[in-house]
Ligand binder design. Sequence first.
Ligand code: HEM
Length: 279
Amino acid sequence: MAEGDYDAVAKAIAGILDKPDYDDGSIGPVLVRLAWHSSGTYDMKSRTGGSNGSTMRYDLEGKDPDNAGLEYARGFLEPIKAQFPWITYADLWTLGGVVALKALGGPSVKWQPGRVDYVDEKNVPPNGRLPDGSKGQSHVREVFYRMGFTDPEIVALIGAHNLGRCHVDRSGFDGQWVPNPTRFTNTFYKLLLHEEWHEVTTKAGKKQFMNEDEDLMMLPTDLSLIRDPTFKTWVEKFAEDKDLFFEHFAEAFAKLLELGVRRGPDGKAEVNVIKHAHI
Ligand code: HEM
């Protein structure tokens, strides 16, 4: 297999997505979450964190309770890494999200290789940078503004909750957002607007929201998207127009996966982002 043949890697990832005995029959959603959490630690001011370095390989980040369950995602990709040992984990984890999104009916997302794997723990970002689902719109803004996102980008990105589910033994939240959690659509926004949501407490003691039939859920952060008037205008636009949502999501997700990747003229990421932070 030719070194640098990322299409071959993408094909191989697409080939392992179906897994009848796992969750809803696909590992796609948890791969999308891995791509997001490996990138979402970015801090624009200090230029630390982000997808470069695959710092989640180190326990400080890998065992962060906010990353509970992502060990499955990383494990699912190990056979791909064994098949293509030349790809870095940082590239593999981000590419996994892009391939999964597309395979589950989502848009094509621009993706570039070139991330490196750090060889020590010095650049592992501290815990506490990922969003807390129990909070409201000011927390959501604080976390995503820190990464450099705008309000419409925030609303688009959280639309990834069209996929997958909450696992009570991982995050403490419980249930799925949409009836078909392995098909990427704009259903999440429609449900946010049109279902009646009431608060419940999960077995793990977390407060979340359920619809009247109690078969679908929302996190407090999801609900903040309709409680905040600016966020809500974007929820309404994306609920009405799936193509508009896909366009915004594809742009914002591509931007997310580039966070922390400072590329040299050859497209390769620089090894130590902290060292170059003054430039
Ligand atoms: C305010 C922002 C966000 C919060 C608080 C949040 C929180 C959560 C929580 C608590 C879970 C359940 C984890 C589990 O129990 O397994 C989850 C799942 C998920 N999240 Fe988010 N999330 C946010 C934004 C995002 C973004 C930006 C993306 C991607 C672009 C994303 C993609 C996903 C996916 C695909 C799942 C399903 C994973 C699975 O099925 O295993 N989330 N999120």
